[in-house]
Structure formats: C-alpha cells, structure tokens
Design a protein around this ligand. Structure first.
Ligand code: BG6
Length: 465
C-alpha cells in the first residue's frame, strides 16, 4: 500500500468560468459577449445547437452549488467574473446587479470556508469591444485594465488570489489560427498581435494590482508538454522545441521572466510579423511578472521533424510549417474529447517549472476528463458511477505527488470542473463535473461517485492505494 499525502494547507477544489456556468436571465443586465453573438449568428456551430444562454443555471443555483462544493470537499474554488456581466459594453457603466451577484457569491464562498480564486478573462470578449478589433486593438487593453481595476476595487478586500487570464493562447489560436473561437480567422500575424496584447494587458493589470492590493496575482496557462518522436533525433528535438516556443514559452516566459523567448522572436522576425509595440510596453512586461502560476494540464503534444522541408501553408504561414504532429502508436486516449491521457506529463511540467522557471509557486488549476453519455453509468440510486474519472484523478495525483517530493513548489490541485458545464462549441457533449447537471430539469444537480471520492481526498489530504 502506498500513501500519497500532500503538503499542509494544500488547495483542493475545482475550476470553472462565468460564461460556462452562469447563464443569462431576464433583467440580469448582462451584455453580449462574443459567444452570445456567435451563437445567434451560427447556432449550427454548437453541439446540438446548445448555446450559452442558460449554461448550468449557476446564476440561479449558486447558493445550492456552494453547499455542494462543501459536500465534495472544496477548500477553494475558481471562477471568472464575466466582463460583459459587470460592464455590459466592455467600458463605461457598471451593472449593479452583477456587483450584487458577485459580492454575494464571494461572501457565500468565504462563509462556507472556501477560498475564492477569481479570474478576469476566460475567453469572453464583450461584443462592443470585439467590434473595435477585440484583442487586436489597444483600446481593448485599456478597457481590460479598467475592468481589472474595477474588480480589484469591488472585490479585492475579500479575494486574495487573482488571475489575469485563463489560457491566453486559446483566444489567439482559436480565434486567429484554428477557427474554434470567434472571429474564426486564419491569420498568424493577427494571432501574434493578439498574444502580445494579452501579455501586455496581463502585465498592466498586475502593475495596477501591486500598486493597490495586498493579495497574490497570477495567470493560468495551459502548459502542454511537448515531446519529440525520438529524443535522440536532433531534428525531432528541434521541431519539439519550436512547438514548445509557440505554444508554451510564448506565455510562460513573459509571465514569469518578463521576456519573450528569443527563438520565437527570431522566427516571428523572419516572418516579418513582429507585433506593434513600444519600448514602454516591453518595460511594463519585464517589470510586472506574476506572483504565482496556474497550470492547466490535459494532454501532451507529440511532435516530429517535418517530413517535407519548411514551407508556407497555402500562402498563410502557420506554426505547423516548423513541425509535424506525431501520432504515437499505442497511446492512451480519451476517445470523447480526442485527447491523449498521459499522466506523467503533469510531473514533467512541474519539473520544468522547478528547473527553468525558478520554482515559482504554482498549482494545478485544471485537469479533468470530459466523457460523453455518462447517463450509461447511472446506478439504481440515480448516481453516476464515474470510476474512470476517479482513476484519471488518481493517476495524475501520483505523479504530482512525486514531483512535490522532488521539490516542485505546487500548492494545490483543482479539477476541471465542479459541475457539468457548457464547453464552448462542444456545449454539453462531454461532461467533466463532480456533479451531474440535468438540463431537462432546470439544471438539477446530483453528486457523482467522483464527488464523494473528492471529498475523501480533500479530507485526508491525499489517498492510499
Ligand atoms: C480548458 C478551458 O481549456 O479546458 C475550459 O479553460 C474548457 O474553459 C476546458 O472547458 C475543457 O475543454 P473543452 O474544450 O472540452 O471544454
């Protein structure tokens, strides 16, 4: 029998986001964000044509939800403040109903012994700002800093853990390269500008935070460890390193070291795609790095050298001009999401943060398994027996524990996610929650087997097997 016990005061909980859980109801004063807008334009892009309007009814059920968090062992919980709920047009007047809602949500968490972790931006650009160019525009950076300051002023007396962005690479790649976010373009120059502007916006918010508040502020990055097909083949190793620069170090380096990776800058220069910026911007980025890091981990990236020489994809450069993906035989898959499950990846990330990023304090801010058709696993008492999710969590925690034993500065583990929620264009296809949500019954909640497991995990600060 092996005992996996985690450090004292370890954060156990889960992560979610405002746009994926809250929904939108009559007279709540929320403005449109790009998801509300895109769904109205193209409902067919969303699984079973389910949009963000009701999400998981979190706006209605949040008090009950917080009781369920307690029942599932949460000592901490992350969500985001919806920009378009708080400031419906992105800039300008503040929606007082949103202030009351978030105040009550935060107070209720604290009253129940759950530490609030609050994120500012989770893919939810207000439409009024998207019309001005979204993250391509400096106006959006200014508006974001105003939004951030407003949140710090309103809620900073109680919220001590803040995040500037969740996975900022995703709006850049989803919106401007691979077309799974609005505005659905394929334009590397735009993607680079968006990524730069997000990094700058983050640093400017951190600057304001440190001037006025006394808690901690960080960023949440989806760190996808990149493995070469053959670690003894220099061409594969080089290809993996370039992929790592594009998708991991592009945000890790400015957030933690205050600088962009040199190899990436060289490539972007060669492409003549250096984003618009000033010397003052670079100084702000270099001086305002994060206090701690949230790591989202779902899957590895496997890469091999390009079969054909580096070339431009159909007149439109892409990161994949520099590497090919490697389809490793025998890999373990989550067939519903199409993502590889590789538990050791979590250990490798922690060791990279320890060795290459000064062992900055960090925590696992997302890790989880989305499964389609979970109603197959309902037992006679109406509970979903999601043993696969329990195994998934344990498999990752064994490796996380090993990394901590070897000195990684990891302070907690948050699962994605608390209750089944709306997954962007996948809507409710894959369910990730510790709690099942029945959309046919106004979002009725039922704790899954994994929810009871999580309670024990938190209570014993670990597990044995
Ligand atoms: C993360 C995001 O990328 O993964 C979440 O922070 C998202 O917003 C989660 O829902 C799971 O991915 P997906 O695409 O299956 O919803």
């Amino acid at each position: 029998m092996t005992v996996y016990r985690f450090p004292k005061d370890f954060f156990w909980g889960s992560a979610s986001s405002g746009p994926q859980t809250e929904g939108r109801f009559n007279n709540d004063g929320k403005g449109d964000n790009i998801w509300d807008y895109w769904y109205r334009q193209e409902p067919d892009k969303f699984f079973n044509q389910v949009g963000p309007d009701k999400a998981s009814y979190g706006y209605i059920h949040y008090k009950e939800d917080i009781q369920l968090m307690k029942k599932t062992g949460h000592n901490s919980f992350r969500t985001s403040i919806q920009w378009s709920r708080l400031i419906p047009d992105g800039v300008g007047s503040i929606n007082q109903k949103a202030v009351a809602f978030y105040n009550d949500f935060i107070d209720e968490l604290i009253a129940n012994g759950i530490e609030p972790f609050i994120n500012l931006y989770h893919f939810d650009m207000p439409v009024a700002l998207q019309e001005e160019g979204g993250w391509l525009s400096r106006k959006t950076i200014d508006a974001y800093v105003y939004f951030a300051q407003t949140c710090f002023q309103l809620f900073g007396d109680r919220v001590k853990y803040w995040f500037t962005h969740n996975e900022p690479i995703v709006p850049a790649e989803g919106g401007y390269l691979y077309q799974f976010h609005y505005p659905n373009e394929q334009n590397l120059k735009h993607a680079v500008q968006v990524a730069f502007n997000e990094a700058l916006a983050s640093a400017r918010a951190i600057e304001k935070y440190h001037q006025t508040q006394d808690g901690k502020i960080g960023i949440i990055l989806n760190v996808t460890p990149t493995y070469p097909r053959d670690k003894n083949n220099p061409e594969d190793v080089k290809a993996a390193s370039i992929a790592d620069a594009f998708f991991n170090r592009s945000f890790l380096d400015p957030a933690i070291k205050g600088q962009f990776p040199k190899d990436l800058v060289t490539i972007i220069k060669e492409l003549d795609m250096i984003p618009h910026h000033t010397a003052a911007d670079l100084e702000v980025i270099s001086k305002n790095t994060i206090d701690f890091l949230g790591v989202n981990y779902y899957q590895p990236r496997r890469v091999q050298a390009k079969e054909k020489a580096i070339g431009k994809t159909a007149n439109q450069p892409m990161p994949e001009d520099y590497f090919d993906y490697y389809d490793m035989p025998g890999k373990k898959m989550n067939p519903y999401r199409g993502w590889e499950i590789y538990e050791k990846g979590i250990y490798d990330i922690m060791i990279t943060i320890r060795d290459d990023y000064g062992n900055i304090p960090c925590f696992i801010s997302e890790n989880g398994m989305g499964v389609e058709g979970e109603e197959r696993y309902v037992n006679k008492d109406g509970q979903i027996e999601d043993d696969y999710r329990i195994e998934f969590i344990k498999g990752h925690l064994r490796y996380l524990h090993q990394a901590i034993e070897e000195g990684a500065n990891c302070l907690g583990y948050h699962l994605w996610t608390f209750m089944d929620n709306w997954s962007w264009t996948n809507a409710y296809k894959n369910r990730y929650g510790l709690i099942a949500v029945n959309l046919d019954k106004q979002g009725e909640r039922t704790i899954k087997k994994s929810g009871y497991f999580f309670k024990e995990l938190s209570k014993y600060n670990g597990f044995e097997d």
